[in-house]
Design a protein around this ligand. Structure first.
Ligand code: ADP
Ligand code: MG
Length: 249
């Protein structure tokens, strides 16, 4: 089977500093890959580069998504192909309500206008799944959201937009155990609804991987992918730290 995402020899710079170096990764449709690594190792930079953030300039290598070379695609073109990023630090959009935002994004991505009532029903269904109140639909995007609400809103977008590959940048950070279980439940629903959904789950901690078992675990450091393995690698990191797993290379 052809991979949904194929990154080859990727090199990325920001302001002339190389932050991702000779990076290779393939993700199959329907699989879950965890990307771990200490702070500052380049995980968010990789996520932003995959989404086409203009500050990250690709100096070498290619990114294929769905067998299309998207290395130079704009972010909206990538999103239309089915790529989705849940941000580590979601931004506020003052004056734009959650429902309006989702309606506009849906339209921009698909070119279709889903009837408002249908979209609202979908939204309410997912809000319930994520233990959120219906009134959330009328709040302004990320304005005054708690950390947990921001993360749940990222997940809500994933559920509504049904991408092919979801990159989740620390969707677990700052969540207490109950909120973490809600997020894990939401991800399980997303996978059930779209069995081919692939996930690149960026995380510091093994904790979320107890609820969502990864098929592969990768470790980044200083811009390099230094190690790949199965779910047991995340457990080794939890017990021995990054220094511990490096010494067993
Ligand atoms: P991680 O997500 O693994 O913590 P990042 O990708 O955020 O790591 O950061 C990797 C390196 O790139 C860090 O040294 C960071 O300072 C630098 N970096 C990332 N984004 C930017 C940016 N927008 N401007 C300047 N430096 C950046
Ligand atoms: Mg990060």
């Amino acid at each position: 089977m052809k991979p949904i995402l194929s990154i080859k020899n990727l090199a990325v710079s920001i302001e002339d500093r190389e932050i991702i170096k000779n990076f290779n990764l393939e993700i199959e449709a329907g699989s879950i890959h965890a990307l771990m690594g200490p702070n500052g190792s380049g995980k968010s930079s990789l996520a932003n580069t995959l989404m086409g953030h203009p500050r990250y300039s690709v100096k070498g290598g290619t990114i294929f998504f769905n067998e299309i070379d998207i290395t130079n695609f704009s972010p909206d073109k990538r999103a239309k192909q089915g790529l989705f990023l849940a941000f580590q630090y979601p931004q506020e959009i003052p004056g734009v309500q959650v429902f309006t935002f989702l309606k506009e994004v849906q339209r921009a991505l698909t070119g279709n206008d889903i009837p408002v009532e249908e979209l609202y029903d979908q939204l309410c269904n997912y809000l319930q799944l994520l233990s959120m109140d219906e009134s959330f639909a009328y709040r302004n995007v990320n304005e005054g959201f708690s950390g947990g609400e921001k993360k749940r809103f990222e997940l809500l977008q994933l559920l509504m937009l049904k991408p092919k590959l979801a990159i989740l940048d620390e969707i677990d950070s700052g969540l207490d155990v109950d909120a973490l279980k809600v997020v894990a439940h939401g991800l399980a629903i997303a996978r059930k609804e779209s069995p081919n959904l692939s996930i690149l789950l960026i995380t510091h901690y093994q904790r979320i991987l107890n609820y969502i078992e990864p098929d592969f675990v990768h470790v980044m450091q200083d811009g390099y992918l230094i190690k790949s393995g199965d779910a047991s690698l995340a457990q080794a990191i939890d017990q021995e730290g990054y220094d511990g797993i490096r010494s067993t290379q």
